[in-house]
Design a binder for this molecule. Structure first.
Ligand code: SF4
Length: 211
């Protein structure tokens, strides 16, 4: 599998392997319901068995794209917010992307597993930790939002372990893994009602039939 900064994105961050970009409404977590331009960067070696974007894993399948073009595209839309997701976008140098977005008065949001150091300047860091490659301590400390995907009941322990390492201001969310929603939703409801520092996150875009 070809992934990694050396093989794909440019070191100066001016090119990134772009999988897709689209204007939609953020469906998950703290900013759920807000319109934003989504930029999905290819490349991920985290390997979650339930991943719903496995086609993102091989970065070499996604064209190296000039970051200036991505910014031009994002700036055409009325919401001044970009969500950078993947794949695992933190595999790349994102300093140029975020500084140029900010020059255009566009807010910067990232969705990351925290497995790699986070570069760039972010208005919001959503960290969704994965068991296959644990998040870095430095990334957990930077998170504004911790979003733990619940596949089975062991994931509540995993959620607490990560929650013990984030900063005090970090918002905590539990989100059912989509294919296991029916089974785990009652467990999440019960857990959140008994542990109110957590909130429920739903993939509301799937109910709205939008990407
Ligand atoms: S980190 Fe995200 S993109 Fe990577 S395998 Fe896990 S769910 Fe898929």
């Amino acid at each position: 599998m070809k992934t990694g900064v050396e093989e794909t994105g440019s070191k100066d961050g001016k090119f990134l392997p772009l999988m897709e970009e689209f204007y939609t409404i953020q469906g998950e977590g703290y900013h759920s319901g807000k319109p934003a331009y989504f930029v999905r960067i290819g490349g991920c070696d985290v390997g979650c068995h339930w991943c719903d974007v496995k086609e993102s894993w091989d970065a070499s399948l996604h064209p190296l794209t000039l970051v200036d073009t991505i910014i031009e595209n994002a700036a055409k839309y009325p919401a001044r917010a970009v969500v950078v997701t993947g794949g695992e976008p933190a595999m790349y140098n994102l300093a140029y992307l975020t500084s140029e977005l900010k020059k255009n008065n566009i807010q910067t949001f990232i969705e990351t597993s925290g497995a790699y150091p986070i570069t760039g300047s972010w208005d919001w860091i959503c960290l969704s930790p994965k068991k296959t490659i644990s998040p870095l301590k430095e990334s957990l400390e930077k998170a504004d939002e911790l979003k733990v995907i619940v596949y089975n009941k062991d994931d509540f322990n995993w959620a607490e372990k990560n929650a013990s390492m984030v900063s005090k201001h970090c918002r905590l969310f539990l989100q059912p893994e989509w294919s296991r929603s029916k089974e785990v939703m009652p467990l999440i409801v019960d857990y959140v009602m008994n542990n109110p520092k957590w909130n429920v996150s739903l993939q509301s875009h799937k109910y709205m039939n939008i990407p």
